[in-house]
Design a protein around this ligand. Structure first.
Ligand SMILES: [Zn+2]
Length: 309
């Protein structure tokens, strides 16, 4: 008997190690473009997936610094998740080409375009990128609206279920859980912003139409003359005039934009500059994920708007 144990023990240990290795590699390797998608993917995938994010949360999602390591990450991925609507068109397609990963080609279940089924705003009648407009296919900043985050979770769950059928039920259940958590929080967020319905804000970049619509705010003055085109003195003079007529007294700026331009406009008009982000980890206090991000955004907007009547 003792003899058998002596033989079996190393074999059992080996088997145990094998199982551990199998479990570790059994996690679906998911690469996402931005931190908001990383948070939603983690909610949906739970322990069944490992998430790698390409863009830093403080980076402009239109102009991500494409490092060679991204190609390696994409080459090893089972799934890539992008926002789509041309948000990542300036950097992702070239990386995907170079990664030579058949699982991630457009149309494959391993390539998730989260904008599917999202009613996009500002879709122009004709495509025109000639003047450097980075929103040529419609406004791609839709995830910051909770109603769209629910569609994103749904899209991710549906694709993961196809790529990884044994965990299909888990992905569906997790997406449903995320949806319920969002619905509960949405009531709270609506209540916090209700006193400011109809108020006008200025944004540096036109990335807030979905959020504005969801919460009854007006965000239609921008320091950029066109999305992706730097502010000019003539355009800023026009914005300053309109700020007076619209009584807009808060300018929101993302971490990767030129805060000093916003400060100059604020000095001229008596407005406040408010730092905002659409990405978990983009500002201190938003690291907890999508829900923490919305908490931070809604509360800091409410505070700034209450101070500036
Ligand atoms: Zn944009």
């Amino acid at each position: 008997m003792k003899h058998i144990f002596k033989i079996l023990r190393p074999q059992l240990l080996f088997l145990a190690l094998l199982t551990l290795a199998a479990n570790a590699s059994a996690k679906l390797n998911v690469v996402v473009t931005t931190a908001d998608l990383a948070s939603i993917a983690a909610e949906v995938g739970g322990d069944a997936i490992a998430v790698t994010t390409l863009a830093k949360p403080t980076e402009d999602p239109h102009f991500v610094d494409a490092r060679p390591s991204f190609i390696v990450k994409l080459n090893h991925a089972d799934v890539v998740i992008e926002g789509g609507a041309e948000l990542e068109i300036g950097w992702l397609p070239a990386l995907l080409d170079q990664s030579r990963n058949d699982k991630l080609v457009t149309g494959a279940p391993g390539h998730v375009n989260c904008s599917q089924g999202v009613p996009l705003l500002d879709v122009p009648a004709t495509l025109d990128r000639a003047r450097g407009d980075v929103h040529a296919a419609g406004n791609p900043h839709y995830i910051i609206a909770p109603s769209n985050a629910k569609i994103v979770a749904q899209n991710i769950a549906a694709s993961l279920a196809i790529v990884d059928p044994p965990h299909a039920a888990l992905y569906t259940a997790n997406a449903e859980k995320f949806r319920a958590a969002l619905d509960a929080k949405l009531i709270e967020w609506q209540k916090t912003l209700a006193p400011f319905k109809g108020r006008s804000l200025v944004a540096y970049h036109d990335s807030w139409p979905y959020f504005a619509r969801e919460f009854g705010l007006t965000i239609d003055l921008f320091l950029e003359p066109k999305p992706g085109i730097p502010p000019t003195p003539a355009h800023l003079a026009e914005v300053i005039m309109k700020m007076k007529t619209e009584n807009a007294s808060v300018i929101i700026v993302d971490p990767y934009l030129n805060r000093r331009t916003a400060e100059t406009v604020a000095r001229t008009t008596g407005a406040t500059v408010l730092d905002v982000t659409q990405f978990p980890g983009g500002l201190k206090g938003t690291e907890g994920g999508y829900l923490a991000l919305l908490d931070h955004l809604v509360n800091s907007l409410a505070t700034a708007l209450a101070e500036k009547k």
